[in-house]
Design a binder for this molecule. Structure first.
Ligand SMILES: Nc1ncnc2c1ncn2[C@@H]1O[C@H](COP(=O)(O)OP(=O)(O)O)[C@@H](O)[C@H]1O
Ligand SMILES: [Mg+2]
Length: 250
């Protein structure tokens, strides 16, 4: 087992977050707090605003009104520089023309943050952290399975030792068994690194399998926030129908 990395997780406070695109209100006044080191899941049907919400936490979207604070500081361009934030995009976003090692180390090499030998060592650390064999480093993304590509995308996000890691639909397009192992890994990384983790997903098994707390989002509104047990037993009809086995996302 590789040595655990240390990062103190960042707390997130979202207050009155509204986001409009033209006439469409996508986020309708969200209020929530995520504790340092927490594994927080935002669950909801497709189109409910999960990805847009997540993009606000890393400054890729600006609120129409309301605000996001990271450890008490408003998330502005200046403040973001002081925090180590990372996002695992739904598509993975790997570059097919680069090897796995080059993809994982890209941020450090592009910004000339480390010497090449040091980058190689850090890349090897991160690949081990996501349970990938060292031989994978020299392969190209198209040579890998979907689950392995997802792990590489996670390793790449971890290269800066982030204090807040955001995952957008980390189990989409994976078969159920692989989805289960990716979920376990996200939980394991949360515990070993101490980084706050925010996962958005419509995968109920993932949400209930890993979350400290779950918020349920529907049409840009949070219908409930609580422990997995509290959400599972929620009396809200929409949540119950979403959790019913035969629910088909719109
Ligand atoms: N850049 C954009 N411009 C206009 N509408 C958008 C934009 N991005 C997302 N939306 C709309 O916002 C809503 C929520 O999208 P999204 O956050 O991607 O949903 P989810 O991730 O929950 O499936 C959708 O109706 C989508 O069409
Ligand atoms: Mg989405």
């Amino acid at each position: 087992m590789p040595a655990p990395t240390t990062a103190s997780g960042l707390a997130v406070t979202v207050t009155g977050l509204h986001k409009r695109f033209g006439a469409q209100e996508v986020l309708c006044g969200l209020d929530l707090q995520i504790g340092a080191g927490e594994l927080f899941v935002l669950m909801g049907p497709s189109g409910s605003g999960k990805s847009i919400f997540l993009r606000h936490l890393i400054g890729l979207e600006t609120p129409t009104s309301g605000e996001v604070r990271i450890d008490g500081q408003p998330l502005t361009d200046d403040a973001r520089n002081g925090f180590r934030l990372a996002m695992v995009f739904q598509s993975g976003g790997l570059l097919n023309s680069l090897t796995v090692a080059e993809n994982v180390g890209l941020y450090l090499s592009e910004h000339r943050l480390r010497k090449p030998g040091e980058i190689a060592r850090l890349v090897a650390d991160k690949l081990a952290l996501v349970q990938l064999e060292p031989e994978v480093a020299s392969k190209y993304p198209p040579e890998l399975s979907g689950g392995m590509r997802k792990r590489v995308a996670i390793a790449r996000a971890l290269i800066t030792e982030p204090q807040l890691v955001l995952y957008d639909e980390p189990t989409s397009e994976l078969d159920p068994l692989v989805a289960l192992t990716i979920g376990r890994e996200i939980l394991d990384l949360n515990q070993r690194t101490g980084a706050t983790s925010v996962v958005v997903t419509h995968d109920r098994d993932l949400a209930f399998g890993i979350a400290d707390r779950i918020a349920f989002l529907s049409e840009g509104r949070i219908l409930a926030i609580g422990t997995p047990d509290q959400i599972r037993t929620s009396p809200i009809p929409l949540i119950q129908s979403f959790l019913a086995a035969d629910f088909k996302p719109a």
